[in-house]
Design a protein around this ligand. Structure first.
Ligand code: ADP
Length: 188
């Protein structure tokens, strides 16, 4: 299966994406994780990515598209993949779909985890206390919410039109949400 998982910052995409991908035996590909891994390097590009991420804004589309396609071209993605955090902008969406069309593949479904802002803010604060991600500050979180609403939410309308969207209630325990995620992928 070729899947996307979307949702606002702090909703728990990373957690659910790991569970789902291992259940389906497909690789989970998180652009956020790939960018975080890049930061270990001392290059100028790594520094730029670090600053952009810490502010809560998005990394530039061209760079993001390039690292995703490089990853999706590896052999382990041939039978399917779960993309977490990509596409996040309309140009990324267009790019991904053009690239997939060239490969003669298409998406099977787009999961969107939903939760109210109080829940996502609470989870984000808990994560900040645990692993201190530099973009989990109150200020960066505010920016991430705004950028999500402006740049990423419009993608949901596109996927709704394409009848790929599966909305999943992201509140409750990790197990409850995981059950709903698997249920959303079962044929009706
Ligand atoms: P979360 O799901 O909590 O919002 P991620 O780990 O997915 O966080 O992403 C963290 C940051 O990485 C984003 O705020 C952004 O700066 C960068 N990033 C991740 N994916 C993308 C993308 N597809 N396009 C641009 N920037 C991205």
């Amino acid at each position: 299966m070729r899947l996307l998982i979307m949702g606002p910052p702090g909703v728990g995409k990373g957690t659910q994406s790991a569970i789902l991908a291992s259940g389906l035996e497909i690789p989970a590909i998180s652009t956020g994780d790939m960018f975080r891994a890049m930061q270990a390097s001392q290059s100028e590009l790594a520094r730029e990515v670090r600053d952009v991420m810490a502010s809560g804004r998005y990394v530039d589309d061209a760079l993001t598209n390039r690292i995703v396609v490089e990853r999706l071209s590896r052999a382990d993605c041939a039978e399917g993949f779960l993309l977490d955090g990509y596409p996040r902008t309309l140009p990324q969406l267009d790019f991904l779909h053009r690239w997939m069309a060239e490969q003669d593949t298409e998406l099977d479904a787009v999961l969107v985890l939903e939760a109210d802002e109080e829940t996502t803010a609470r989870r984000m604060a808990a994560r900040a206390a645990l692993d201190g991600r530099p973009d989990d500050t109150v200020e960066a979180f505010r920016v991430r919410l705004r950028v999500y609403a402006e740049q990423t939410k419009p993608l949901l309308d596109v996927y709704d039109e394409l009848q790929l969207l599966r909305r999943v209630d992201g509140t409750g325990t990790v197990d409850e949400v995981a059950q709903r995620v698997f249920a959303a992928l079962r044929p009706a």
